[in-house]
Design a protein around this ligand. Structure first.
Ligand code: RTP
Ligand code: MG
Length: 149
């Protein structure tokens, strides 16, 4: 089923100039980038986005990290892409993430783990609506889609 996922490169990715490499992985897989926005997240938006973790001991550090500098928010589209993107991202703790995943290849620390990706269709819908208006999501056809699907 065609799905949309919310994906966000965290501040460390931009600071370390890894945006292009990370973006290329999704393009090379055949996924379609349908929205991109560079932005500073406000503390309120960060708290809402990560609301499920509000009672966790790392919550304040997480909000501080994610609001510390610019992030790149994206919507990525593809067949069953939500679970596929989670596989490409790898485990939350980069030390446990398989090599070949984004976190496994580019990160060492859970607190600086490069990228966020929606973990379910419900999360994707909620997160896309938090960060993007419908009019900011671009519907366009790709000439190579017959080769990918
Ligand atoms: P994300 O939401 O950012 O895609 O990461 P995730 O699903 O792999 O992990 P999640 O459990 O949702 O945690 C959200 C983010 O909180 C930070 N974290 N720190 N110190 C800790 O034990 C700890 N656990 C999680 C990470 O930055 C994680 O990505
Ligand atoms: Mg999560």
């Amino acid at each position: 089923m065609m799905e949309k996922s919310f994906v966000m490169m965290k501040p460390d990715t931009i600071q370390r100039r890894l945006m292009g490499k990370v973006l290329s992985r999704f393009e090379e897989k055949g996924l379609q980038i349908v929205a991109v926005k560079m932005m500073h997240i406000s503390p309120g938006l960060a708290q809402e986005h990560y609301g499920e973790h509000c009672e966790r001991p790392f919550f304040n550090d997480l909000v501080e990290y994610i609001t510390s500098s610019a992030v790149l928010a994206m919507v990525i589209q593809g067949d069953d892409c939500i679970s596929m993107i989670r596989k490409m991202v790898g485990a939350t703790n980069p030390k446990e993430a398989d090599l070949g995943t984004i976190r496994g290849d580019y990160a060492l620390d859970t607190g600086r783990n490069i990228i966020h990706a929606s973990d379910s269709p419900q999360s994707a819908e909620r997160e896309i609506a938090l960060f993007f208006q419908d009019s900011e999501i671009c519907d366009y056809s790709m000439p190579d889609s017959d080769l990918i699907y």
